[in-house]
Ligand binder design. Sequence first.
Ligand code: ADP
Length: 404
Amino acid sequence: MKKNLILVLNCGSSSLKFSLIKPETGETLLSGLAERLMSDQASITIKYQEQVSQSVLLPPFDHQIAIARLVESLASYELHSAIFAVGHRVVHGGESYCTPTLITEDVKYIIDDLSRLAPLHNPANLTGITAAEAVFPDLPQVAIFDTAFHQSMPEKAYLYGIPYSLYREHGIRRYGFHGTSHYFVAQQAAKRLNKRDNETNFISAHLGNGCSICVIKSGKSADTSLGLTPLEGVMMGTRSGDVDPGVIFHLVDQLGYSIGQVSHLLNKESGLLGVSGLSNDCREIENEWINNNNLRAKLALDVFCYRIAKSIASYSASLTSLDALIFTGGIGENSMLIRENIVNQLSLLNLVISKEKNEKCRFGQSGSINSDGSRNIFVIPTNEEWVIAEQTAQLLSQQTENQE
Ligand code: ADP
């Protein structure tokens, strides 16, 4: 059988997302999700063509069991001998990795070492790598880092205004995340404009449960809103985004919070959830505002949109021209209300929305949503899995060429 498919794995601490992809076209042959891993509720859902099968997982309910179940399924559909590599999403590559990387023992050591900067993500990503190596010992495994695209940021964008020694000695700087998504939508936007990516300047807003804004200058990330950790920047589903660091001292010194409680508050209880007091899910909050006239829901949406609009406007400081503002992510791809609210605060940048076009770009439909005479505003569904598959295949073909 022709080996022309890449298995893409995105491993979280209790979840595993997977897709089997043809790298040249992005066609997804099989996809799915294992959830609630490491608990006796662990289950796996696999989608192949029109069939969706869900099954419980057996003890020890871990990533290895989930991958073993996936492999059984791949074999039953006679797909697994067509796989020629596994591409892994790895969250933190620090300053060590700015390109796709073939995973070796040394690379695993560095991913593990970088767990000090991403304690929730890198250990889970390594678990996925180890589990995949065990079932596919003969296949190359490639890491695509979420931070890699942002390694082009200049020093003035990635340094904090704190003693320089903390950067030199401890790596405390801004790294940024969602790099694969910002890269993908910028590439797609350049294609829409019939330009080479190094001839384009964009601001892209990835708005999902996690949110980040990125300014892309001549095809490269020049600045982004997430920092040392995915807590900085705009407000998100449950994360606060930027707060005065004095808030933390106040919580600890005046209100008796422990550092663990502050971390939980800012990461899990803030954002849309914290302000609305209702939910972190944008759909539910919009529904409460539109159908029940819930003013706390409206307030949460207003704070969310204002903070995003401010962030977008601030990135005009890095640019002398702007080809388009791009919306992506679950909220950016679907919410007419959020897009309209944000763009209405950006008329100074000559960004004006068309109500009619805004209504059309939803549920996977890409397009332009600006009115005539406005600067371009694009909605582009992201596809991080395709980027991982494509970059994995490209790296391996370059290595084969180099060997020949
Ligand atoms: P993640 O960051 O976990 O990948 P997604 O990119 O899937 O998340 O985005 C999830 C967010 O997208 C949720 O807040 C959800 O409410 C929002 N969303 C999805 N569909 C819609 C919709 N039709 N209207 C408004 N928000 C939506």
